[in-house]
Write a protein that binds this ligand. Sequence first.
Ligand code: G6P
Length: 371
Amino acid sequence: SAAEKDGHDWFMRKEIHEQPRAVADSLLGRRTAEGHLHLDEMRLSDQELRDVDKIIIIAAGTSFYAGMVAKYAIEHWCRIPVEVELSSEFRYRDPILDYSTLVVAISQSGETADTLQAIRHARTQRSKVLAICNTNGSTIPRESDAVIYTHAGPEIGVASTKGFLTQLVACYLLALYLAQVKGTRYGDEIDQVMAQLEEMPAHIQRVLDDAPAIYEMAREHVDTRSVLFLGRHAGYPVALEGALKLKELAYIHAEGFAAGELKHGPIALVEAGLPVLCVVPPAGRDQLRDKMVSGIQEVRARGARTICLVEDGDDAITPYADRIVRLPRVPVLLQPLVAVVPLQLFACELATEMGHDVDQPRNLAKSVTVE
Ligand code: G6P
């Protein structure tokens, strides 16, 4: 009923709008009075964590993209090598695992069969398994050595939204916790990053306040057959997730690319009128933003319709953008928390306008419990 959906037409739309709260809840109570990070069900000792020399993140679907963001954060803050792999591939390729490997399984439901089989395999190889999960008492956390629960609340829409944002939060917390335990130089920045994370619910709310403009843009795309998404650094998994949302909900062909790969193939797809959604990194010292701008110029020169997600105050893109979506100014590693929201809104509205069942897309299940 509409009441259960808080007046929204879909559970998914309600869940998108719950994201500021879900992110805040997932951050709640993680710091002690002395300012140390504390994770409730981190049942691995500091020594066990200091012995970790490699992390393998396994997940499926949207959770896999959270894992890709986690790799950027963990390697940057903790200097531990991280691999990210699809659960369904990991299990069957004889991966190299031992007691010093930490396997991180990310699963909203905690019941995805491929991910469950993967952690069972990892444990037979004596690896430690940490689950990031939204469902208390589900199978994956029960079979893991440690858990970070996300506090998104129940997610009903088949396509994950608040589940994803809270997984990102859990990944940042894990990265910061490992930095704290290992005492890397970024350990000193934990306070600062936690403070930035605590500002994210307000930033996400600001993006949601702009929903009407995104909805209007989405409705202009009902006849679209194909959409490309470009991103780089932590914006690359955001591009992949934006494309997945469009496939899942609107049944539109959509692909996400790392912007630096454009010239190695994807640019051949560009033709007049093709919508290209570009997640522009914040302007910073590493010139990622400038490289992205030149990618946008290239697709636009070939006739693409560019829709650019750009941080506030960055006007470099304006001459090359057919549409601009403003994002709050946040550090590059945290940008996925705000950048993915317009893409969720876009897919949800486009699918609604096309007359599709957003909560129960065809052929999909909320949790895939068979391999
Ligand atoms: C299904 C759902 C997706 C989800 C994926 C992984 O495909 O439709 O929304 O991302 O499973 O699910 P999990 O519960 O393991 O995160």
